[in-house]
Design a binder for this molecule. Structure first.
Ligand code: ATP
Ligand code: MG
Length: 433
């Protein structure tokens, strides 16, 4: 036997029983974005590697070791997108969307990072991404947090907490960076290999270290929030004040830095204790310099991204049910003439009962076998047509769930009768998305 091919490690197949959870999340987000006036955009999964090098930053985990970069047949250095913001900014500039305009945008889809696969951390994962361009905030900073908070409510997710911080301006960060280098430099002997490397390239990332051995040292490091420029300080205070004003609980975490270089001022992260080690469900922040850095006009901007896998994990951990919709009707057809008439009838019923869901029995079988399949399908009604029914121009209707008995109905009246029965059973037009 040939050896079986397997999926790439860290790239998951989503089987049918998982999809209802995904649709739940995607539909809730889609509805909320529409409610808040955010428009959907879709950009390619592949971009020039340079786009991510220039936006995310050379000395970040993503660019240093997580990018799926490759040379294509034309010799261009390309990359599977590790995140959505850079591509959206590229597209917004390219299509002039930021020229004297503000934009509220969203997108969703797969992202690719060559990370060590583990629960909640994959190499192909999926994000929903929210971005606002042209608004200096802090009002919009609050709005995008409100949107995320409402998404949790809509989905019934409770165990999430919001941490916020301000990264200031590039200038204030530069001054703070010098303080950090000085501090960690004094404790060089206690730094792990990752942190030593970051000390030269990106010392702020040391604060984000996931190594418990670094915790104490990080705890005593100077705090960014104590070295903010006055305008960033005011922005941060107003952001927090407005958040509190709309009842969004949050905690200031002066060590919250984001894994990407482009952030300025507001940063935030929603985490959940229900998730274990990979506890970040949604992360975001302001990136006022990025549009200009990628060749556009200076444009303030802010956004967040949530990991769909982790949200789905939360829904499942909370025992929230999501199941695919069962078909409402199962058509049992016995004999060639009935098959012929039945296939045509099925289309008429689908015209008459859109959204009901109808399975037509395939590949024959005895009445008994077909009815067994009908039952397993979860359908509410079985419609049965054999030679005898066909000769009399009727179908037998067998309720599969309720206790009521079987009845007959002429084929002409069948759509109306089925609609009435389904209405009584409360299953018309139900859709899981
Ligand atoms: P983490 O600290 O978990 O590595 P991150 O800072 O790299 O997250 P972002 O780049 O801000 O994450 O991405 C936003 C969200 O996408 C995260 O909050 C998380 O929910 C999700 N996410 C990030 N990387 C992965 C991954 N490899 N697999 C699954 N989800 C991910
Ligand atoms: Mg990461």
């Amino acid at each position: 036997m040939e050896s079986k091919l397997q999926a790439i490690r860290g790239m998951n197949d989503l089987l049918a029983d998982q999809l209802p959870y995904w649709r739940l999340v995607e539909r809730a987000a889609r509805e909320l974005f529409a409610d808040y006036g955010y428009q959907e955009m879709r950009v390619p999964l592949v971009e020039r590697a340079e786009l991510f090098q220039r936006s995310i930053g050379e000395h970040t985990d993503i660019v240093e070791k997580e990018m799926y970069s490759f040379e294509d047949r034309g010799g261009d250095l390309l990359c599977l997108r590790p995140e959505a913001t850079a591509g959206l900014v590229r597209a917004a500039i390219e299509h002039g969307l930021l020229h004297n305009q503000k934009q509220r945008l969203w997108t969703a889809g797969p992202m690719f990072r060559h990370e060590r696969p583990q629960a909640g951390r994959y190499r192909q994962f999926h994000q929903i991404d929210c971005e606002a361009f042209g608004y200096p905030g802090p009002d919009i900073d609050v709005e995008i947090v409100q949107l995320s908070a409402r998404l949790w409510r809509k989905l019934g997710i409770q165990d999430v907490a919001l941490r916020v911080n301000s990264l200031g301006t590039p200038e204030s960060r530069q001054r703070y960076r010098a303080l950090l280098v000085e501090y960690f430099g004094r404790h060089r002997a206690s730094l792990d290999a990752d942190s030593l490397r970051r000390l030269e390239s990106n010392p702020l990332r040391i604060l984000d270290s996931k190594n418990p051995a670094m915790r104490e040292l990080v705890a005593d490091a100077p705090l960014l929030t104590e070295h903010l420029d006055p305008r960033s300080q005011a922005h941060f205070e107003q952001f927090r004040d407005l958040l509190s004003g709309c009842g969004i609980a949050h905690e200031v975490d002066p060590r919250l830095v984001r894994g990407l270089d482009y952030y300025t001022r507001t940063v935030f992260e929603w985490t959940s204790a229900a998730l274990g080690a990979q506890d970040a469900v949604c992360s975001g922040g302001r990136y006022d310099g990025l549009v200009q850095q990628l060749g556009g006009e200076p444009t303030p901007a802010i956004g967040w991204a949530l990991g769909i896998e982790r949200i789905v994990g939360l829904l499942q951990a909370a025992g929230i049910a999501a199941a695919a919709r069962a078909p409402a009707v199962y058509l049992v057809l016995s004999g060639d003439p009935a098959l012929r008439a039945g296939l045509a009838l099925a289309e008429q019923l689908r015209d008459a009962l859109p959204g009901a869901g109808m399975l037509v029995n395939m590949d024959g079988g005895s009445f008994k076998a077909q009815l067994k399949r009908a039952d397993r399908s979860g359908a509410v009604l079985a419609l049965i047509i054999g030679d005898d029914e066909l000769a009399r121009g009727v179908a037998a209707i067998k309720p599969l769930r309720a206790g009521t008995g079987q009845q007959e109905c002429s084929l002409v009246e069948l759509p109306l009768r089925v609609a009435a029965l389904l209405r009584d059973a409360g299953t018309m037009g139900k859709d899981d998305g």
